[in-house]
Ligand binder design. Structure first.
Ligand code: PMV
Length: 335
């Protein structure tokens, strides 16, 4: 066993905490973190205890779409999701409480967690990203930890990898880092703003997915020979995205994001047992997007570990695309 195998979330986090972690007051004002969509995806871990990725990734945050979370003192641990109490033995509640335990300790005072998503939970719209980012911010405030932004990002990443990026708005890069303890595997915001960029959300299904992204990634890394090409693809795409953002080149941004997403899905399909998150309606929407492009409307797609499609386009194409996809929700990430 080498050193990095023995590191746990707890052993890394505890080095940055005061000796005693207790609430500053009875409650806090709810804190918000946005959801995000990766243009260069995170797929595969080099350390699954700490969620350290095999490749760096780059995302765009979804402005007002995300999660709001509040912590309060309570006489027993309680988790409330979208106004409904969740049983403590439920897997969602267990993940939330286990994450809080990393900071307050398993013997810590009981808390009530109120968390509200304005995006469909577990439907490939990355609610775990905004969920863990908002929970991290709420923990920092409730216990008065005053953690640095890099530490908040590193610790949110231990809840869910993509949560490292949900601490920021706009374009965000999660640098994979090289350290065993992952303290350099953190997200940083890019300064560039694209006021005319639009993200369209096309809901194909809001059912919870059958295979979560953690198991999906592990299966792909363990069984798909095709996965060997993924780190090279991701590194090349990341460089192309940086160039596209710097040069304000939407065509390059869209083409790169679409090819990156489909390359990731190709590695999933090449896993065993095969992993195909697409539904027939996802494929129909893809063809519709490609048809629109053939007709001269500049629109690209990306997809995460789920059946839903996200469209990328500029404001001047919005009306034409909305006509093709009347049910699509449009987000202006920089508005
Ligand atoms: O953060 P996780 O464990 O839910 O993984 C996210 C994986 C993808 O959404 C498919 C890609 C990404 O970079 O967000």
């Amino acid at each position: 066993m080498n050193m990095s195998d023995s590191l746990t979330k707890q052993s890394v986090i505890s080095q940055y905490l005061p000796e005693t972690v207790t609430p500053l007051g009875d409650t806090i004002e709810a804190v918000f973190a946005p959801s995000n969509i990766a243009l260069c995806k995170y797929w595969g871990k080099r350390n699954s205890e700490l969620n350290l990725p095999i490749n760096s990734s780059l995302s765009i945050s979804l402005a007002h779409l995300g999660t709001q979370t509040r912590l309060s003192v309570s006489n027993e641990d309680q988790v409330w999701l979208n106004g409904q109490r969740v049983a403590v033995e439920d897997s969602f509640a267990r993940k939330v409480i286990a994450f809080i335990d990393l900071f307050r300790g398993a013997q810590g005072l009981p808390v009530r967690v109120d968390t509200d998503n304005n995006i469909p939970t577990a439907a490939g719209l990355a609610s775990s990203a905004s969920g863990f980012a908002a929970l991290m911010l709420a923990i920092d405030r409730f216990y008065g930890l005053k953690l640095e932004p890099s530490q908040l990002s590193a610790f949110a990443r231990m809840g869910s990898g993509s949560a490292s990026r949900s601490l920021y708005h706009g374009f965000v890069e999660w640098q994979m880092g090289v350290r065993d303890d992952g303290m350099d595997s953190i997200a940083l915001p890019l300064v560039t703003r694209w006021n005319d960029l639009r993200v369209g959300l096309l809901k194909v299904s809001s059912d919870a997915k059958a295979v979560d992204s953690r198991s999906g990634m592990n299966r792909t890394v363990a069984t798909a020979h095709l996965y060997q090409s993924w780190p090279l693809q991701a590194a090349a795409d990341l460089a192309r995205l940086h160039q596209a953002i710097a040069e304000n080149n939407f065509t390059q941004l869209g083409e790169t994001a679409e090819q990156n997403a489909l390359s990731m899905h190709a590695t999933m399909i090449a896993s065993w047992p095969p992993l195909l998150y697409w539904q027939p309606d996802s494929v129909a929407a893809m063809h519709n997007i490609w048809q629109a492009r053939a007709e001269g409307i500049e629109v690209y797609l990306t997809m995460d570990a789920g059946p839903n499609i996200k469209l990328l386009f500029m404001a001047d194409a919005e009306a034409a695309i909305q006509q093709r996809f009347p049910d699509m929700d449009v987000i202006a990430p920089f508005a």
